[in-house]
Structures are given as structure tokens and as C-alpha cells.
Design a protein around this ligand. Structure first.
Ligand code: PHB
Length: 391
């Protein structure tokens, strides 16, 4: 007869702990989740998509994560860094949330990361790419389910160099996301034999592109690389087309240029090549089920922001599962979040030691209302995480 394996003393203690914490999760109050997102301004649609994605995952789990009811608190951050510290403190001090989820804008997210570090609140970033969040500011209680700004910029630079373009111009908003994305693009493009001849910027969230488009027309680079998103991306792509530039100078972007925006951009965006960690038509059961359920629930097509919000909830779920809903077992929970592999609609991804996704970047092409997969631009791209001491 086979003997039952005997549990070692520590394993038995862990099993007992897990059992008792499952019991305690039942009687615990709801877990307070603070959503700090833009609900107004150029990034409003992005904020709404993140919230929808997050709530969809929780709803798919029956409204609870590991036995814990979820209670939401919301703040509109307006993508305004000058209000960010006050706004995040509403959630931390006034509402006393257990978890912060936010935000879209890199400048606002940097203030959130600082406040999360100081108060030791768990923070999950579902979009903002500010490199420092999983670089110099990295911390055991800070996670990101999206990307670092460097990542999509770098992946697009690889693609543009492979195409054989030699002289590039870049155009973006002058703030962390724009500047860091351009830096990633330049690094890969110049490594691949190209040269960035000029960087053009305008203040966030301005959309007066005419003078800059005139300069592009005058310089005649081989290719233009752009970072814009949300309402600003809609206007930029339309203006680029209306200025007659699409016919003469190919436009490349990180995928935010055409994600969640294709309906509004209409013909002006058709055929645009971009790179991102997601493509709408990935033919995996995970992506197809996600998109179907999202469309049924919200009567709208999912986009990358919805995916990132969904995965933020999955990450929290994985942490809670490891401690059977007992949020107070914080070290074990954070450890589990760092080690989990997320079954994302984008494809499976793991966290780097700095808590940023290590993930594939896809070359896509805008067709109809979808950003269609064309090829893998860079496999398993990891952010360099400069200055992060977590290990
Ligand atoms: C950012 O500010 O980090 C940001 C905003 C919108 C995007 C991507 C990055 O689509």
C-alpha cells in the first residue's frame, strides 16, 4: 500500500495557516480598492476602459476575490500632475483604501508611486509607463500590469530600423511618457543603423500640430515616429493625413496612437503600423473569451487599456489567492504577486524583479476598427529597470 506523503512541519504549519485564513476571509469586511484614473480630459476614454477591464475580471469571479467582496472608491485625476498628491491622499487618508489602482498619465503616476511608498500602500499601475516606477522608485508594494515607456518605444525602433529607414523625426508631448518613449525608439533605431535627426514636442495635452507638421514636410525624413494617445492621438492622425504627409512620409507609432481610437480616426488611420504588447485579433482562447465577455458586458470593443485593467485585477487576485483572502499576510501576498504568471489576453507574462511585465511586443496594422497582429516585433522584452535595487 502506498503511504500518504507526510507534510514537513513548516508545510503543515503553512497548510493550517491557509485553512484558518480562508475561514477568516469569509468574515472579513470588503477589500477597499481605490481607482485613481482620468475620467475627464484627453485620456478619459482610457480611464474608463481600465475600470471596465478591472471590474470585468472581478465580476467573472462572482464579484469576489478569494472570498473578499470588493468595494470601489473613485477619484478623477484629470491627468493633472499638479493635483495628483492631493488626489491620491483622498484615497489613502480619507477613504483608507487597501489597494490603489492607477493611473494613465506618467506624471500623475509618479506622484502616486511616491505616496504609495511613503504610506506603504499596495499600488498596481494599469497603464502609466513612467520608467522610474519600476526603475529608481521600484518597491516591494508597487506593481505594473502595463509596460514601461521605454518598451513600446524600443520595439518600434527595432521595426523601423529593420524596414531600412535611415533618417527619422519624432513627435510627441513634452512629458515623461513622450520623452521616454522617444528615448526607447531612438536607442533601438540608432542601434539598427538609423539616425534621429530631430525631436519635435508640444506641451501636454495640446493639439495644435500645424507648425510641427510644416517642419516635418520641410525636413522630409524617411519616417516619423509619434507617441500620442486618447483624444490627442485621434487629432494627430487626422491632421497628419489632412496635411498630405501620409502619402510621402510613413508614420509609425507605439500602439497607443491607434488603440481605442480607430473609430474616431476613420480612414486617416487605416493601414498604420504600430507596435504594442497587445493586438485585437490575437487568436488565443484567452483573448477571444475576454473580448467576447467584454463586448457582451459593455457593448463595446475591448482595447489595450481594458486588457491592462483586467490584468491588474488578475494580479490582485493572484496575491489574494496565495493568502486565501487574508490581506494582512502582506509579505506572502506581495511575494506571490511578484512570482505569478498572468494569463493575459495579450499572452502569458511574468513580472520582472522590478515588477514590470516581461512580454512580447507585436507589430500590428490598423484595419477597420482593429489593430491586427502582423508579427512579433521583439520577443520577451524586459525593461532595463535602471536604478532598481529589488532582487
Ligand atoms: C503615460 O502617460 O504614461 C501614458 C499615457 C497614455 C498612454 C500610454 C502612456 O496610452
Amino acid at each position: 500500500m502506498k503511504r500518504m506523503p507526510r507534510l514537513s512541519a513548516p508545510a503543515a504549519a503553512l497548510a493550517a495557516l491557509a485553512f484558518s485564513s480562508l475561514a477568516s476571509a469569509q468574515g472579513q469586511p470588503p477589500l477597499k480598492v481605490g481607482l485613481m484614473l482620468p475620467y475627464t480630459g484627453t485620456y478619459a476614454a482610457l480611464g474608463n476602459m481600465i475600470e471596465s477591464g478591472f471590474k470585468l475580471y472581478v465580476q467573472e469571479q462572482g464579484g469576489k476575490l478569494s472570498g473578499r467582496e470588493i468595494q470601489y472608491f473613485k477619484v478623477d485625476d484629470e491627468s493633472d500632475p499638479s493635483k495628483a498628491t492631493d488626489n491620491v491622499n483622498k484615497l489613502i487618508r480619507r477613504d483608507n483604501v487597501d489597494v490603489l489602482v492607477g493611473t494613465v498619465h506618467s506624471g500623475v503616476a509618479l506622484a502616486m508611486a511616491k505616496a504609495a511608498k511613503e504610506s506603504n500602500t499596495l499600488l498596481i499601475v494599469p497603464n502609466a509607463g513612467a520608467d522610474a516606477i519600476t526603475g529608481a522608485m521600484c518597491a516591494p508594494n508597487i506593481f505594473r500590469t502595463s509596460f514601461s515607456n521605454w518598451q513600446p518605444g524600443y520595439a518600434t525602433g527595432v521595426v523601423a530600423a529593420q524596414k531600412g529607414y535611415k533618417r527619422a523625426m519624432t513627435i510627441t508631448w513634452n512629458y515623461a511618457a513622450g520623452n521616454e518613449t522617444v528615448k526607447g525608439f531612438t536607442e533601438a533605431f540608432e542601434k539598427g543603423g538609423g539616425k534621429v535627426i530631430k525631436d519635435l514636442t508640444l506641451p501636454f495635452p495640446n493639439v495644435e500640430f500645424q507648425a510641427l507638421l510644416t517642419e516635418i514636410a520641410a525636413q522630409k525624413p524617411d519616417v516619423v515616429f509619434a507617441f500620442f494617445a486618447g483624444g490627442g492621438a485621434v487629432k494627430f492622425v487626422k491632421d497628419y493625413d489632412a496635411a498630405g504627409l501620409r502619402k510621402t512620409i510613413p508614420l509609425y507609432g507605439s500602439g497607443f496612437l491607434t488603440d481605442g481610437t480607430l473609430e474616431a480616426q476613420g480612414a486617416s488611420a487605416q493601414g498604420l503600423p504600430t507596435t504594442l504588447h497587445y493586438a485585437d485579433n490575437l487568436e488565443t482562447p484567452r483573448n477571444e473569451a475576454f473580448r467576447k465577455n467584454f463586448a457582451l458586458t459593455y457593448k463595446a470593443n475591448a482595447d489595450v487599456y481594458a486588457v491592462q485593467g483586467y490584468d491588474a485585477a488578475q494580479l490582485l487576485g493572484a496575491g489574494l489567492m496565495a493568502v486565501k483572502g487574508d490581506f494582512k499576510q502582506r509579505d506572502q501576498m506581495l511575494y506571490a504577486m511578484g512570482k505569478t504568471v498572468i494569463g493575459s489576453p495579450r499572452g502569458k507574462f511574468a513580472m520582472s524583479a522590478a515588477h514590470n511585465p516581461v512580454q512580447d511586443f507585436y507589430l500590428r496594422e490598423a484595419k477597420g476598427v482593429n489593430n491586427e497582429y502582423r508579427s512579433v516585433a521583439v520577443k520577451q522584452l524586459a525593461d532595463p529597470a535602471k536604478g532598481c535595487k529589488l532582487q
